[in-house]
Design a protein around this ligand. Structure first.
Ligand code: ZN
Length: 155
């Protein structure tokens, strides 16, 4: 039996992020979702990247660019630097460093990401996604609250 390490560094892939990528379970915390999204980049699980982005942002994602970014880098290591799972009732923050090699040199992507929980599942709030939404409209996460009173403050 070959043991394949999970890209996120928390153990064996089959017992770590793979069940999430296969839709057999879902992330219990924002940190776990963040880890599984890093692993998804490493394993080129592009559907998972899309499905774990905020519901109202999924259609605006540039899937070709995501797939290219996933494939063109060698994903070396993930460090979760800091996390706050309870910014409020349904939002969390995770600060991380993703170490990768772009074919020419080693790089570190340092990011503070925000996440929203909706119907028991966590989603990534993508600050780069173009959104045609006003502050008074229903939030992109599906909470039913106004955007202004929900995810807008974390984007
Ligand atoms: Zn929201």
């Amino acid at each position: 039996m070959s043991h394949i390490e999970c890209p996120c560094g928390q153990g064996e892939y089959v017992q770590c992020c793979q069940p999430l990528h296969l839709g057999q379970s879902h992330a219990q915390t924002a940190v776990q979702l963040m880890r599984s999204r890093y692993s998804a980049f490493a394993k080129q699980q592009i559907d998972y990247i899309v499905q774990t982005t905020a519901l109202g942002q999924q259609q605006a994602l540039d899937i070709v660019a995501i797939a290219e970014w996933s494939r063109s880098n060698q994903w070396l290591k993930l460090d979760v630097v800091n996390a706050n799972e309870k910014l409020d009732k349904n939002h969390a923050m995770v600060e991380f460093k993703a170490h990768y090699h772009d074919g020419k040199s080693a790089q570190i992507h340092h990011e503070i990401s925000h996440f929203v929980k909706h119907t028991e599942a966590w989603y990534f709030l993508d600050p780069t996604t173009e959104m045609q939404i006003t502050m008074k409209q229903a939030c992109i996460c599906g909470s039913g609250k106004k955007f202004k009173q929900c995810c807008a403050q974390f984007l």
